[in-house]
Design a protein around this ligand. Structure first.
Ligand code: GLN
Length: 539
């Protein structure tokens, strides 16, 4: 069949969950056997989100092919159980960069280069890029921002043109908000009406409305919205708050979102989506009665989106271990020798978070020393793994000033350092080791046991590395380098074999955990935490 293009736009306010609605639709269409992908178009001028502080847009997600992407791509992968790529995330900056490069090369043959048609053509080309591969029946395009934003205009103009060109091979889903005014005891439809009017002024008629709401929207209110917005009554769907984002696909299916999309794009809906494995996951999540307590030690605790993929991976792992996840964010800047027992004493497992720079680093060492000495299941990710190495060097090997050269360029024990070939590069955008690399795991190690394999591939996002000059000294003192990149010989995994579970990974396993394929090392960590919980309870 011809590739169908679904556009998802948002109105009224941001943070309504366009990403979750897009991902839920993709999940349902995939469960019907279609080949689906989702792409995110972000209206900011950064070329990619890699240089953005997590306080701006939350976590920076990394794709297999090494693209630093918006965190929504993480949701897409977790819901679709399929990899995304660089082509799945386009920003205004990327679009402009490409147009300006073409202009400099003389590709426009002396013409005046303008938003319409040059920028819009570039956007349209990007929209169709994945569709043209022939690999997808449906390409869902989420347009970031809110209708009415100046920044979104070129994207929406491109959607208008594409809807016109593609006809029934495309449709637009518009997500809005229906607030409940407690004093009047009423759900209000006016913001939705205005938002749709805005969209219509731009020449786009939404085909389906998804209304985000905290209360059930009665049929007569939905009919009213349908009437004012030129949308069929059965295409006005509510997205009511649920206690887990993973229930949204089921809520959407109850209201036939997948069927409506198929019918409107002239595909005959057959049978039902195969959601059994998904429902099994939800069933486990709803029926777990026992809790597992995990602490995440990091410096961005005010903004939990900064660790989105980690918290989701922990949730996947806890659910498959039939436990409710009780996740506590512990601020690494506030952790001291005096309060570490109080903060971590009741935890069944501790995660030491990734990160950049000096801030909060000492608290990570404090946490690690305490966890190592009290044999608590501990998982260090990226900077967390580097901190494991540094803490071990300081307190076991006795190198009091051991450090990463990221934190102290003059340390005499640079147990974490840049690789030689990186030292000459100074451009912030281009120096990181990004994307998936092979890793060979030592037979018999806990890590190999966790994966059930000695050959794995995981994603990276870092500059600094374990310094191989120290390898023998670590091995001799009890910290084993059990994972290694076969080509570069870089250390990817360390563990202390005698401990309950003390593993650090230079890579980020959280990027590859999905609802239907939870990441094995998170599962192994969770099983160790659950066992430790039970061991303590039995005492
Ligand atoms: N700052 C460290 C590095 O660049 C770790 C990065 C991370 O945790 N993602 O190597």
């Amino acid at each position: 069949m011809e590739t169908k293009y679904i556009f998802v736009t948002g109105g009224v306010v941001s943070s309504l969950g366009k990403g979750i609605i897009s991902a839920s639709l993709a999940c349902l269409l995939k469960a019907r056997g279609y080949r689906v992908t989702i792409q995110k178009f972000d209206p900011y001028i950064n070329v990619d989100p890699g240089t953005l502080n997590p306080y701006e847009h939350g976590e920076c997600y990394v794709t297999e092919d090494g693209h630093e992407a918006d965190l929504d791509l993480g949701h897409y992968e977790r819901f679709m159980n399929e990899h995304t790529s660089r082509a799945n995330n386009v920003t205004t900056g990327r679009v402009f960069q490409s147009v300006i490069d073409k202009e400099r090369r003389g590709d426009y043959l002396g013409k005046t280069v303008q938003i319409v048609p040059h920028i819009t053509d570039e956007i349209k080309r990007s929209v169709k890029l994945l569709g043209k591969t022939g690999r997808y029946d449906f390409v869902i395009t989420e347009i970031g921002g809110v209708v009415g934003d100046i920044e979104s205009l070129p994207f929406l103009e491109s959607v208008r043109q594409l809807r016109w060109e593609l006809g029934s091979d495309s449709l637009c889903i518009h997500l809005t908000y229906v607030p409940y005014i407690a004093a009047a005891k009423e759900l209000k439809t006016k913001p939705t009406q205005h938002s749709v009017k805005n969209l219509q002024e731009l020449g786009i008629q939404p085909d389906i409305l998804v209304l985000r709401t905290e209360r059930d929207i009665p049929a007569d209110v939905r009919r009213k919205i349908a009437l004012f917005c030129n949308v069929a009554p059965d295409s006005v769907i509510q997205s009511i708050d649920v206690n887990s984002i993973y229930k949204v696909p089921l809520k959407m299916h109850e209201q036939h979102l997948d069927e409506i999309v198929l019918r409107k794009t002239k595909v005959t809906p057959e049978g039902e989506p195969h959601m059994k494995p998904w429902m099994d996951f939800i069933h486990k999540m709803d029926n777990a009665t026992e809790t597992v307590n995990i602490a995440l030690v990091g410096k961005y605790v005010e903004l939990q989106d900064a660790y989105k993929s980690i918290s989701e991976s922990l949730l996947h792992a806890a659910t498959y271990a039939d436990r409710k996840l009780n996740l506590t964010y512990v601020h690494s800047e506030k952790l001291t020798d005096e309060n570490v027992e109080e903060k971590l004493g009741n935890q069944d497992g501790v995660i030491i978070a990734p990160g950049f720079g000096q801030r909060g680093i000492e608290g990570k060492f404090t946490a690690l020393k305490w966890c190592r000495e009290h044999d608590v299941p501990t998982f260090g990710i990226c900077l967390g793994m580097q901190c494991m190495v540094i803490e071990f060097a300081r307190n076991v090997l006795g190198y009091a000033d051991a450090n990463s050269t990221e934190m102290d360029p003059n340390t005499s024990h640079n147990v974490i350092d840049l690789m030689e070939e990186q030292k000459s590069i100074s451009n912030m955008g281009g120096t990181m080791r990004l994307g998936a690399y092979d890793c060979a795991l030592r037979p018999g190690s806990k890590a190999a046991e966790a994966y059930g394999s000695e050959q794995i591939r995981e994603r990276h996002r870092h500059r600094f590395e374990f310094n191989n000059d120290y390898r023998d000294r670590f091995e001799a003192a009890g910290m084993a380098c059990v994972g290694e990149n076969p080509d570069a010989k870089l250390v990817e995994v360390v563990e202390i074999p005698g401990k309950r579970w003390y593993i650090g990974t230079q890579y980020h396993p959280e990027y590859s955990s999905t609802v239907l394929s939870p990441n094995p090392i998170f599962r192994s960590f969770m099983e160790a935490a659950v066992a430790y919980h039970e061991e303590k309870a039995a005492k």
